[in-house]
Design a protein around this ligand. Structure first.
Ligand SMILES: Nc1ncnc2c1ncn2[C@@H]1O[C@H](COP(=O)(O)OP(=O)(O)OP(=O)(O)O)[C@@H](O)[C@H]1O
Length: 598
């Protein structure tokens, strides 16, 4: 068999930061430097402090953006994490009289613990439910500070005098200004590096489609916790720096309004964009609090109006809107002009000896034994059994609602079964999670291709690759397209090409079997013919077994070695197309089969 475990490094495009982010990173760096250093060198202490606080908010917003747009998690509690870190650092230095460095460490630890406590519910709930849980954290913090007023000195607040860091070095320039500015710039770069990394792509896939993520071996819960840890770290760093800038914390310092502002900063600024946090902080903090300082009591009202206006005009946020404009007017040519993707030349690169190679001899690759699964009173699988041989194209067919997709889900582990057994490569995987099955070589595609439009074609193919399994010649052939496909935006791919992309992604994980759910749905007649031949070649040239659920019987009859017919959750017939062609048992299920089979 060609699938091997190897530590060879892939010859994929390697870059620390995605090309299209670099311009924004330099612009963001320039904006941060200008905002903090111009008032500093002009000796304007008021604006110096205002801009340092804005930089602190940028740091927290970059972290929240990782959570919001990379991991697709909703948190309204970022202000509380920042607040706990700030409060503990202030208490440690101002009350317990610990040195500044140790106080900062206490603050960071307290913020991280708070963030991770808020993250735990993300293992069970997501979306708005998670948002509400984190909102409770943001609501509770001011009350908790008051409740423990003796310990928190809530009535007087805590003053901190970071003498060393605020000592002038040159004019108004001090270490605090240098550190806050540097950390804000570093946070922009760190966010961009994360987005460009395989970890960032894995987070994105797990956030947008947890189902697709587990089928390439990712663990979405773990990735969500990692995203929370990163964003909590950013908020905690921001909290500690907040104490240096404001030099005071009190019960009213970290109200819900702070969490709301940070969330809106991300949404209004442009989720997933380098410049988003900077533009968001500019519009939602600097404008209402300083440029319109007389209206500060109407802060929430101003936020609301700005959010509504921006969402109406540029739903993708200001940075997203700017990006669209730049693409439209400044980018020469477009992805639409490029040749799109193809599997054919890659499969044609197969060495001729490949077809015969199968580890494991004649032993079946996959055995499904008497599997049952009910949804309420519906018996989706009612004792279904099936044996899939290596290197074959094996089709599952049956009428609508007969249990085909459920059978595929039981095989790939996307659902648990009530009883019965699933064996893969001789191993009982019935109780194994989908991600673990994927790591063993069980790949999967979906009825609706799970393609991440914000990533390039190559990044989508390479998305969340977690094991070292690979088909060496396939990787070599694929790598020759890596540069070209890395420059191709997957958002422009038509439906049929998105299917190819999913198959490429599945094969890129070096599977023993690839399970495809209705791959021909939505394809034109010509595309179906091409796709059928490609699947045939996948089985014969890569030794990867193809398990396919399909309604298109013409396709099935033309490419399948074995067909399993499902009805009412049971397997009612199984055999080669020749064996099934004249079966009276199933003829009534497929009007026109004989005609199709010709
Ligand atoms: N998550 C679920 N909750 C409730 N019922 C479900 C669920 N998944 C499947 N079912 C039911 O189980 C039965 C089998 O569904 P399944 O999707 O496996 O059929 P199918 O053969 O793939 O159908 P189709 O060809 O229309 O895609 C159907 O009655 C369906 O309504």
């Amino acid at each position: 068999m060609t699938t091997t475990a190897t530590n060879e490094r892939r010859s994929a495009p390697r870059r620390l930061i995605r090309r299209e982010m670099r311009r924004d990173l330099w612009a963001g760096t320039a904006l941060v430097l200008l905002a903090t250093l111009v008032p500093t060198f002009m000796g304007n202490v008021f604006w110096q402090q205002a801009m340092l606080l804005a930089a602190v908010y940028v740091i927290a917003a970059v972290g929240l953006d990782v959570l919001r747009s990379q991991a697709e998690q909703m948190s309204f509690g970022q202000g509380a994490v920042l607040g706990v870190a700030a409060y503990v650092a202030a208490l440690a230095n101002g009350v317990w009289e610990e040195p500044l460095a140790l106080a900062a460490v206490y603050g960071l630890l307290a913020g991280m613990v708070t963030g991770m406590l808020m993250a735990l519910p993300s293992l069970r709930v997501q979306g708005y439910y998670l948002g509400f849980v984190t909102l409770a954290g943001a609501l509770a913090l001011p009350d908790l500070i008051l409740k423990f007023k003796d310990q928190t000195q809530a009535l007087t607040g805590v003053n901190v005098f970071p003498v060393g860091p605020t000592e002038p070095l040159f004019g108004s320039l001090n270490w605090l200004t240098i550190v806050v500015t540097a950390v804000a710039v570093v946070s922009l770069f760190a966010g961009a590096v994360l987005r460009s990394s395989s970890l960032g792509r894995a987070m994105l896939l797990a956030g947008e489609s947890p189902e697709a993520a587990v089928t390439v071996g990712l663990r979405p819960g773990q990735l969500r916790l990692q995203a929370f840890a990163l964003s909590s770290f950013a908020a905690s760093v921001a909290g500690v720096l907040y104490v240096g800038v404001i030099q005071y914390v009190g019960s009213g310092s970290f109200t819900l309004a702070l969490s709301v502002m940070l969330y809106f900063v991300v949404i209004v600024g442009g989720p997933g964009k380098v410049l988003g946090p900077i533009l968001g902080v500019g519009l939602l903090y600097v404008v209402p609090d300083h440029l319109l300082s007389g209206l500060v009591d109407y802060r929430l009202l101003i936020y609301g109006a700005i959010v509504l206006a921006v969402m109406f005009v540029v739903p993708e946020g200001i940075a997203g809107g700017l990006d669209r404009l730049v693409r439209r007017y400044l980018t020469k040519g477009s992805d639409r002009d490029r040749s799109l993707i193809s599997l054919r030349p890659i499969l044609d690169a197969a060495p001729s000896a490949e077809a015969a190679a199968h580890d494991g001899g004649d032993a079946p690759l996959l055995v499904v034994d008497e599997v049952r699964r009910s949804f309420g009173s519906v018996k989706a699988l009612d004792g279904a059994s099936m044996t899939v041989r290596r290197g074959t194209v094996h089709a599952i067919v049956g009428p609508n609602g007969s249990g085909k997709t459920t059978l595929l889900n039981a095989v790939s582990g996307l659902i648990t079964v009530d009883s019965g057994k699933v064996e893969f490569e001789g191993r009982d995987v019935t109780r194994l999670a989908a991600s673990s099955r994927a790591r063993l070589g069980l790949a999967r595609t979906f009825q609706q291709p799970r393609v991440l439009n914000s990533l390039s074609v190559w990044e989508n193919i390479d998305c969340g690759r977690v094991s070292d399994r690979q088909i060496p010649w396939f990787e070599e052939a694929l790598a020759s397209y890596a540069e070209e496909w890395d420059a191709l935006n997957s958002g422009v791919l038509p439906h049929g090409q998105r299917r190819f992309l999913e198959v490429l992604r599945a094969l890129h994980s070096g599977p023993s079997i690839v399970a495809l759910d209705e791959p021909a749905a939505g394809l034109s007649h010509a595309e179906r013919l091409e796709f059928g031949q490609l699947l045939r070649d996948v089985a014969s040239k890569t030794s990867v077994t193809v398990l396919i659920v399909e309604h298109d019987l013409e396709l099935v009859w033309n490419i399948a070695d074995q067909i399993t017919v499902v009805d009412g959750g049971r397997v009612i017939a199984s055999g080669s197309p020749a064996e099934l062609r004249n079966s009276k048992t199933i003829a009534h299920l497929f009007v026109g089969v004989e005609h199709v089979a010709g």
